[in-house]
Ligand binder design. Structure first.
Ligand SMILES: *[C@@H]1O[C@H](CO)[C@@H](O)[C@H](O)[C@H]1NC(C)=O
Ligand SMILES: *[C@@H]1O[C@H](CO)[C@@H](O)[C@H](O)[C@H]1NC(C)=O
Ligand SMILES: *[C@@H]1O[C@H](CO)[C@@H](O)[C@H](O)[C@H]1NC(C)=O
Ligand SMILES: *[C@@H]1O[C@H](CO)[C@@H](O)[C@H](O)[C@H]1NC(C)=O
Ligand SMILES: *[C@@H]1O[C@H](CO)[C@@H](O)[C@H](O)[C@H]1NC(C)=O
Length: 264
């Protein structure tokens, strides 16, 4: 393995184990993992709501992953990223390089990530795994063409963040004009990798929510409503939380803090 040495600095970064809720959202499009999360015992699944909940004054329990305990991670540059193979077929040598036992949880997470990244998109779904900033920009160009996209993120505006509590919508939800979007979230890997997916066509509505927690903390949350849930798994936790069934109506969720939502 002739990976260049500056990559070792990436190893100083924490192994990112991704976020439960993100994996749940992923399952909308990939039946990689069956959902077993129990809404009663796992607050992180409380990211969903109905489109009819979007009015000023609505109060609902929501979970926002905090990113305070992870080292700030940056995408590698393309030369750095290209010096490390990113392929399931190279997993044994990658495990050797990163010195992960092939039965470890980290090894399993790497395998899951690589499998997800190499799986074929379903229908008209657009998906890419990006390992560098340049690849991220190429990806947006491929999706949006000559239109310059902008990026939206959920922001915690207070320092006293509580992971899970009731939040009140303190302003009328603001619908973002363009609904064509690509959402990117980090996946479990030894360095920062974004899994990005989106759809051509107007399958989603995007809202900016001004939220105030019961402890008065403020969050500006980007939220996405999926108009069509007919392809979602019947076991999806969203149906246990909100009722309904695949195709029974739109479902919305808040965008976790480390996600990037690209819109035209
Ligand atoms: C960081 O997040 C953890 C929960 O993940 C929380 O217990 C802790 O108080 C937070 N620390 C700060 C400084 O916000
Ligand atoms: C795991 O690694 C050991 C050596 O470290 C090797 O003998 C074994 O075949 C590997 N197992 C798999 C499933 O790759
Ligand atoms: C949390 O922070 C907000 C300001 O950002 C403040 O108004 C509120 O009192 C704080 N809540 C607690 C419980 O400290
Ligand atoms: C949210 O508020 C409801 C009703 O006031 C309460 O039953 C519930 O326990 C609260 N949830 C959280 C996470 O605080
Ligand atoms: C939406 O876009 C149209 C045309 O692009 C513009 O005229 C309108 O003001 C926009 N509305 C909002 C709420 O941004």
């Amino acid at each position: 393995m002739a990976f260049v040495s500056f990559i070792l600095s990436a190893l100083l970064l924490q192994f990112s184990l991704g976020c439960n809720a993100l994996e749940i959202l992923d399952n909308n499009h990939n039946n990689v993992v069956k959902l077993k999360e129990d809404p009663d015992n796992d607050p992180s699944v409380h990211v969903f709501f109905k489109v009819t909940d979007l009015y000023q004054g609505k109060r609902m329990p929501l979970y926002f992953e905090s990113d305070n305990d992870s080292a700030p991670m940056h995408l590698l540059s393309r030369p750095q990223a290209d010096s490390i193979p990113f392929s399931l077929s190279k997993l044994p040598s990658l495990l050797e390089f990163f010195q992960f036992s092939n039965t470890s949880i980290k090894a399993q997470a790497m395998e899951t990530t690589l499998r997800q990244c190499e799986s074929k998109p379903k229908g008209d779904e657009f998906k890419r795994c990006v390992t560098s900033l340049e690849a991220m920009l190429d990806m947006t160009q491929e999706f949006f063409g000559s239109v310059k996209p902008k990026v939206l993120t959920t922001k915690i505006l207070s320092s006293n963040h509580t992971l899970y509590q009731n939040y009140t919508l303190v302003e009328k939800p603001l619908e973002v004009n363009r609904s064509e979007m690509v959402a990117c979230h980090s996946v479990a890997y030894p360095y920062l990798v974004y899994y990005c997916h989106g759809h051509k066509g107007h399958m989603t509505r995007i809202f900016k929510l001004a939220l105030r927690g019961d402890n008065n903390e403020r969050i500006e949350s980007i939220s996405v409503c999926h108009k069509d849930t007919s392809m979602w798994d019947a076991d999806h936790v969203v149906f246990r939380l909100l009722g309904g069934y695949p195709g029974s109506g739109p479902a919305c969720h808040v965008i976790p803090i480390d996600n990037l939502v690209w819109v035209a």
